[in-house]
Design a protein around this ligand. Structure first.
Ligand code: S3P
Length: 437
């Protein structure tokens, strides 16, 4: 079913984006690992996170919603044998982090996911877990469905992940919590650090040593988590769609509240200040994370700004919407060193380039990035985008349509609910005209 975003002359209003997806997954998982009652407020109630909640329940925790966006988790101090197979839906984060967390318990768990997740690489997590002592059975050792056989006799490892991946880092650290000895993960480039920060919040001791642009993290096995009350800060990846909409709008006055500014996440926000009129209105701290309220005004002129390699990990989920901004800017934008985009919910290099081409923007794939010829404010539009069932491609295309010359369509909107169920309501509040064709 095709949905169309029609160009609108003005976007204005004030929006609080949903809770951060990465923090929401971790809050549920960690609370389920602790002994006792944690209360999580501001939880993202998207499908991906709800699946993690289901998984925690299947593994023995009591997980229930006690008010809108507020959840109570009563953890049992570990994970116990589930009765049935666990289905992680679309969620790479839920599945990969929980594999790590489950690996240190003597349980045998059948795992699966939707078509997109079943096509994504899992060996990057499973190989180090196997070398710690977990076992894995399945037709393809790199793909779901498979069976994870945990062990109460895991051994610590010293591991240098070959990819810049917070999911791999996190899975190993979570397995390391229940391993004998000190597990060390050496990151060449620092990826999002929510696992490190939030584990500390749940009473775990770990050390982080900065090494060049990366870090070494060490965690001693055998520690227990203490329950906490945690408020989830606003998701910078969801907020990116809102501030990008303001940046390309011909007449914008858009304020976005409470965007988490964690430097391992705020790559696009950092760049946005150089691309358009963004003003910080207020900053405060939520659960140890700084959040900012940003006002975007202007007439839709977007200046080109190209991220250095040091920003790639900190905006890895924002490349589709960044590509839309590059299409509205003037001149050529060339992105390299972002090969991880090929293994996201879709191949986001192909999906992003196809999204732009379908709407009259000149764009080409590179093995590890893309090249976009900016249209200097005049993106033609008029196409229907093959979202490849990817939520971030769908939202990026719909944002592009708010300011293109002709409407932009998408072939599917269902996946948007995995990360941003309130997207349509929020865009309507701002004055967007998005409707079923
Ligand atoms: C995430 C890490 C990133 C990111 C994903 C969430 C996390 O994936 O793309 O949306 O919460 O740890 P990788 O670790 O595969 O880069």
């Amino acid at each position: 079913m095709v949905w169309i975003s029609n160009p609108v002359s003005r976007l204005s209003g004030r929006i609080l984006p949903p809770g951060d997806k990465s923090c929401s997954h971790r809050a549920l998982m960690f609370a389920a690992l602790a002994s006792g009652r944690s209360v999580i407020s501001g939880l993202l109630e998207g499908d991906d996170v709800l699946r993690t909640g289901e998984a925690c329940r299947a593994l023995g925790a009591n997980v229930k919603q006690i008010a809108p966006y507020t959840w109570e988790v009563i953890g049992t101090g570990g994970y116990s044998q589930p009765d049935d197979r666990i289905d992680f839906g679309n969620s790479g984060t839920g599945s990969r982090l929980m594999m790590g967390a489950m690996a240190g318990f003597p349980i045998r768990v059948d795992l699966t996911g939707d078509e997109s997740l079943r096509s994504r690489p899992m060996a990057r997590v499973l190989d180090p877990l196997k070398s710690m002592g977990a076992d894995v059975k399945g037709e393809d050792p790199d793909r779901l469905p498979l069976t994870l056989i945990g062990s109460s006799d895991l051994q610590a490892i010293d591991y240098t992940p070959p990819h810049a991946s917070a999911q791999v880092k996190s899975a190993i650290l979570l397995a390391g919590l229940n391993a004998k000895g000190t597990t060390i993960v050496r990151e060449a480039r620092k990826t999002r650090d929510h696992t490190e920060r939030m584990l500390e919040g749940f009473g775990i001791e770990l050390t982080q040593e900065a090494v060049g642009e990366g870090q070494n993290i060490s965690i001693v096995g055998g520690q227990s988590l203490t329950p906490v009350d945690f408020t989830v800060p606003g998701d910078p990846s969801s907020a990116a769609f809102l501030f990008a909409a303001g940046m390309i709008s011909p007449d914008a006055d858009v304020t976005i509240e409470g965007i988490m500014t964690n430097p391992t996440r705020a790559g696009l926000l950092k760049l946005a200040y150089d691309m358009a009129e963004l003003e910080d209105l207020e900053r405060h701290t939520i659960s140890g994370e700084e959040v900012v309220t940003v006002r975007v005004t202007g007439s839709g002129r977007v200046k080109r700004a190209i991220p250095g390699q040091e920003l790639t990990a900190a905006m890895i989920d924002e490349f589709p919407i960044y590509a839309v901004l590059a299409a509205f800017a003037e001149g050529e934008t060339r992105i390299t060193g972002a090969e991880e985009l090929r293994v996201k919910e879709s191949d986001r290099i192909t999906a992003t380039v196809n999204m732009l081409r379908a709407n009259g923007v000149e764009a080409d794939e590179l093995p590890d990035g893309f090249v976009i010829q900016g249209c200097n404010g005049k993106v033609p539009g008029g196409g229907v985008v093959d979202t490849m069932h990817d939520h971030r491609i769908a939202m990026s295309a719909l944002i592009m349509g708010t300011a293109s010359q002709e409407p932009v369509g998408v072939d599917d909107i269902a996946m948007i609910a995995t990360s941003y169920p309130e997207f349509f309501q929020h865009m309507r509040t701002l004055g967007a005209d998005i409707r079923e064709a």
